[in-house]
Ligand binder design. Sequence first.
Ligand code: NAD
Ligand code: FE2
Length: 476
Amino acid sequence: MLWFRAPEKVYIKKGCLPVALDELGTVMGKKRAFIVTDSFLYGAGFTKPITDKLDSMGIVHTTFFDVAPDPTLASAQAGAAQMHSFRPDVIIAVGGGSAMDAAKIMWVLYEHPDADFKDMAMRFIDIRKRVYTFPKMGEKAYFVAVPTSAGTGSEVTPFAVITDQEDGCKYPLADYELLPNMAIIDTDMHMTAPKGLTAASGIDAVTHALEAYASVMATDYTDGLALKALKTIFEYLPRAYDNGNDVEAREKMANAATMAGMAFANAFLGISHSLAHKLGAYHHIAHGIANALVICDVMRYNASEQPVKMGTFSQYDHPHTLARYAEIADHLGLGGKTDSEKLEKLIAAVEKLKARIGIKKTIKDYGVSEEDFLATLDEMTEAAFDDQCTGANPRYPLMSELKQMYMNAYYGGTFTEVAMPGADTAKKPAKRVSKAKAETAPANESVSAAPKARGRKPKNAGTEPAPKKRGRAKKQ
Ligand SMILES: NC(=O)c1ccc[n+]([C@@H]2O[C@H](COP(=O)([O-])OP(=O)(O)OC[C@H]3O[C@@H](n4cnc5c(N)ncnc54)[C@H](O)[C@@H]3O)[C@@H](O)[C@H]2O)c1
Ligand SMILES: [Fe+2]
C-alpha cells in the first residue's frame, strides 16, 4: 500500500489569513493561542494581523519570538517551557522553515514532555513502518502553520529539522504526527522577503520537486504536484526575485513551494538533501543554497542506468531515473531528442535559473576555506550517507561517491563514475557473482558480490557502508 497525506486544511489566496483564523474561534472554540516566530518577523510586525484577529475573537495569546535560523533543541525547549505554563489549545507558527520547524518540536515537547527526543529522531526507510511509535499529537493543541517564505514546504510536511547545540548535529524528525493541522498560504506574508531569501527558498523548492520526482517512493499523486511546482517556479521565480512587489509572481511561488512540499511530504527526498543538511550543519550555508550547490551533480549521478547500487523499495524495480528526468525536461519544454540530451537540457536549465537568481557556483564561493572544508569532509560524508533522506534516493550511494560530489561542489566539476574497488577482480571465474550480475543486481546482491573489495579501502575515499548499514538495506 502507498499513501498520500496532507494537512486537514490548506487555505490559499492572498489575504486569506484572517478569514482562515476565524475558524479557530467561531468553529473550534479555541481559547488560548501560542504564537512562535523569530525576532526579525516579530519586530517587523508579522504577528500583528494574527494578534489583531485573535483579540477580536477574545482568544488570549502570547508570542515566543526567539527562534534562530537553523533552530536548536535548546530554543525549542525554552519555547516548550513557556507553553507548559501558558497551556495553549492552539499553536500558530509564523515564519520560514526555521520558525515552523522549531514550533513543531515545541509542540512535541509540550504534548509529550517525557518522550525521548533521540528515539524520535531515529532513521528508517518507510515512515509508516518505524520501530519507534511516534507519540500521538494534537491532544493538547491544534497546530497552524503560516509560511512567510516560499520554499521549505514545512507547512505541509511531516518533518522538522532541529540542531542539537550539544553535538552540532542536525536531526530531521519525520512522522505524520508532525503534519500541521492547518496551513495558511497568504501571499501578503511573503511580499517583503528579501532577494537572498527569495532565491534560497525558491531553489530549495526546486530541489524538493526534483528529488520527490526521482524518489523511489514517487507516486502519480506526488508526480503531478512536483511537475506543476517545477513549471511554476521556472516561470515565476525570476520575476519574484527581480521585483518582490510582483504579487502574481509571489502568489505563484507561494503555491508552488507548498505543492513541492506536498510532493516530498509523501515521496520524500534524496541525497541532495543528505549532502545539504551536513553542509548547513558544518559550514552554515543556507539550506536552499546548500542544495543548489549539489543538485546538478546529484542529477547526473542519479541518472546512471547501471548504478553500482540502486535504491530499494518494493515498487522500484529497476533504475529509470534518466527517463524520469527526461519527463521533467519534456514537461518544461526544454527540447532534446534522447533522454541523455534531455537530462543535459534540464541540468543546463537549473544552472541557468541558479545564475539568474544570483546563486554562486561553488562551496568555496560561499567563503568556506579549503582547510575547513577538507578537515570536515570525511565526517560530512559519513553523516550524509547516514542521513534520513538517503534511503529514498533512486541510486544508493557509496561514501566515496558522496565524497566526490562534495569535492565537485567545492572545486567545481561534474560527477564521473569510478570503477568499484574489486570490479576487475569480479571478472575472474572464482568469484561467486559475475561482473554483469554485480552491476545490475539489486543493492543487497551487489553488496554480497564484492566482499573482498571492502578490505581494500580507497586511498582518499570513504569506505562502503559498514555491515550494520547493509543489514538495513536488506530489511526493506
Ligand atoms: N520541515 C521541513 O520540511 C523543511 C524543509 C526544508 C527546509 N527546512 C528547514 O527550514 C530552514 C530554512 O527555512 P527558510 O529558508 O524559510 O529560512 P528561515 O526560516 O531560516 O528564515 C531566514 C531569514 O529570513 C527572514 N524572513 C522570513 N520570511 C521573511 C519575510 N517574508 N520577509 C522578510 N524576512 C523574512 C527570517 O526572519 C530569517 O531571518 C532550515 O532550518 C531547514 O533545515 C525544513
Ligand atoms: Fe529543502
